[in-house]
Design a protein around this ligand. Structure first.
Ligand code: ME8
Length: 641
């Protein structure tokens, strides 16, 4: 039986317009769903909008229109945005849907009847941005750290859900199920939070203060607290309690969220599910934030990037690629146009696009516009086939582990292996000799066949561009099934249409200017110069380009006891060859796959006949070298300062 995979995004507040943060979560969920589909799963992908609560009521009032009209308008913006970004959700839920409201009321009534909801007078600090009460300990200088303004003091009678009764159960659940919350540090954050006594959850708002919400079924003077309403969307959408979809998909539910809503999903939600007698989610998958100039991008802070504007600039699929590749899942990432274009040029234009163009053009020119015949294969082809067989499986594992950035990094590496294979085999020289024709066919066939596998692996991320690539490879428009992502399945003699560049190179904004412009003209202090050291200014240091690299392969340099030669990924769409004098301290296997620091702008030199295009940094303790490693979550090519 096929694996079943149900995945959700948060439902977004409609108090303002969609931005790149919402686009990221929804694209990531789309990419994960498409990959699972490719692997053969029966998938269901839910997104939607969160439309009740004080924040929305206030925004509607500011716009001078009724809340319903207001939410209809903005919800529609989200709904129409997603197809523009090649997002294929199965359902779009709104919390103002009548079926959702009925579900919320039924569950509230059930928990009330169980005696787990009670009325009491309460005083607390409420952040309208977060739509929740906050502990004083969460505030920074009296402000909510996410919204950077002080919470309001609310004192009123309200209904409470006896959440504290579930504390021990939740702690045990987090302890027993290591993979329940991913990445692990968010699980640790929850465990840490649960070290303090858990408070009961206020689940109502008096209508005298807020009318815009779902009425409590047991007291018409109150509406439901927006989070209690919103979280239930994940189940109401499937037709809880006895809908066919609910029965089929609920046991396989995964939630993708940003780290800002960890507490509501990691604490409130499992307790609510437990009280309602429903199985808890299978996995909570938490990503970091896109930041602009060091601050989280958010509607409340007004520093948002419009996804449609970015799509117009980069193209939808390249935008999807950048978002998936540049954010290490779980970590924050910086969003700049320059980074997006640099990534595009490195991975897509110079690496994959170049591979497609040259392998198709050379095949067309030398084999009457068709895929060449495959002749006898040698060691080079066997190595490449081997890397690809392993590579496809590695990508699958990364996706199943919710690490799309890693999967893409791997695909780009595979692509650079094929480019390197072409460079080594020099088909342009083979084309000049008649007797090399069979070899020429084998090389070009191999390059095209491997490119076909890359196109298949990238399909979930760039569906439109990879469709164009399939057409260029003479494969037609249909996607390539996962089991066909294996070598040797390209048919010789297939006609290859004239290629148009899939990823034409883009100009990096401001590339003509020198990047480092920090002023540091002061002379060294006399105390410093007294020590006899040569001091130099910051601007001199900044001439050095330090980058994070990923050592992909490493080998001993022949006839040298000291030298190792590594192939290092610096996020440039090609691998650099770098020689280091570390053979007495490390075996090649020990250095392979390490993240390291690299001086990236040293002049290329030859050492014992090997090209060296940079320097890997080691600490040197009286001649003993120890590798300086970069954290695992930092992408190759990231600058070190
Ligand atoms: O919290 N970087 O809705 P919301 C990455 N309605 N992702 C970001 C982001 C950023 N800078 N900013 C927002 C709500 N997001 C509730 C959810 S669910 C039952 C109710 C994404 O409109 C990220 O997924 O504030 C984050 O968790 C979500 O948008 C918050 O969206």
């Amino acid at each position: 039986m096929n694996e079943i995979f149900y995945i959700t995004t948060p439902i977004y507040y409609v108090n303002s317009h969609p931005h790149i943060g919402h686009a990221y979560t929804t694209i990531a969920t789309d990419v994960l769903t498409r990959f699972r589909k490719l692997f053969g799963a029966d998938t269901y992908f839910l997104t939607g909008t969160d439309e009740h609560g004080q924040k929305i009521a206030e925004s509607a009032a500011k716009s001078g229109i009724e809340p319903q009209e207001f939410v209809d308008r903005i919800s529609q913006e989200f709904r129409v945005m997603w197809p523009h970004l090649h997002i294929e959700n199965d359902q779009f839920i709104r919390t103002t849907d009548p079926e959702h409201k009925a579900c919320v009321q039924q569950i509230l009534q059930k928990i009330y009847d169980q005696g787990e909801i009670y009325l009491k007078e309460y005083e607390g600090l409420y952040c309208v941005g977060c739509e929740r009460f906050m502990d004083e300990s969460e505030l920074v200088d009296g402000n909510c750290p996410d919204h950077q303004n002080p919470p309001e003091l609310h004192k009123e009678q309200n209904y409470f859900f006896g959440m504290s009764a579930y504390q021990d159960w939740l702690v045990a659940e987090l302890e027993q199920n290591e993979n329940w919350v991913y990445p692990a540090r968010y699980r640790n954050e929850l465990t840490q939070f649960l070290k303090a006594p858990l408070q009961d959850l206020c689940i109502s708002r008096p209508k005298s203060r807020l009318e815009w919400g779902i009425e409590l079924p047991f007291d018409k003077n109150f509406v439901t607290y927006v989070w209690f309403d919103a979280l239930l969307n994940y189940a109401s959408a499937l037709g809880w309690p006895d809908g066919e979809k609910y029965k089929k998909y609920w046991p396989h539910v995964h939630h993708t969220i940003g780290k800002d809503i960890l507490k509501t999903h990691g604490i409130y939600w499992p307790c609510m599910l437990k009280a309602a007698g429903m199985p808890v989610f299978k996995k909570l998958v938490v990503h970091g934030h896109w930041v602009v100039g060091g601050s989280k991008m958010s509607k409340s802070l007004g520093n948002v990037v419009d996804p449609l504007a970015m799509k117009d600039q980069l193209g939808v699929d390249a935008l999807r690629y950048f978002l998936m590749r540049d954010m290490s899942f779980g970590e924050d990432a910086n969003f700049t146009e320059e980074l997006a274009i640099t990534r595009y040029n490195g991975d897509l234009a110079n690496n994959l696009g170049n591979l497609l163009n040259r392998s198709i053009s050379m095949s067309r020119n030398n084999f009457e516009g068709c895929v060449p015949p495959l002749g006898e294969i040698g060691e080079l082809e066997k190595d490449l086939r081997n890397s690809f067989s392993k590579g496809v499986e590695t990508c699958r594992e990364y996706i199943l582990a919710f690490q799309p950035h890693r999967a893409l990094e791997h695909v780009v590496w595979l692509s650079s292996l094929v480019n390197k294979y072409i460079d080594n085999c020099k088909p342009w020289s083979l084309a000049k000799q008649k007797e090399d024709r069979e070899r020429l066919g084998t090389v070009l066939y191999t390059a095209l066949d491997m490119t076909r596998i890359l196109v298949g692996l990238l399909d979930p991320v760039m569906p439109e561009k990879m469709r164009e690539a399939r057409i260029s490879l003479g494969l037609g428009t249909e996607g390539i099934p996962f089991e066909k992502l294996t070598h040797g399945l390209l048919e010789s003699g297939t006609e290859l249409p004239k290629p148009t560049p899939l990823f034409p190179k883009m100009q990096v904004p401001g590339a003509e200017k020198t990047p480092a412009k920090i002023q540091q003209k002061e002379k060294p202090t006399s105390a410093a110069s007294d020590e006899g050291k040569e001091w130099f200014a910051l601007e001199d240091f900044q001439k050095m380009e330090l980058k994070v690299g990923h050592i992909r392969t490493c080998r001993k340099v022949e006839k040298s006891a000291k030298l190792l030669c590594s192939e290092v990924d610096l996020g440039e769409g090609r691998l650099r060859s770098i020689v280091s004098g570390a053979a007495e301290f490390y075996t090649p296997e020990e250095l392979t796959n390490r993240r390291v620091l690299v001086v990236a702008n040293l002049k290329t030199v030859k050492l014992m006949g090997e090209k060296s295009e940079g320097m890997i940094l080691f600490s040197d303790d009286k001649g003993k070298l120890i590798l300086i490693e970069a954290p695992d979550e930092v992408n190759p090519g990231v600058t070190v300062r």
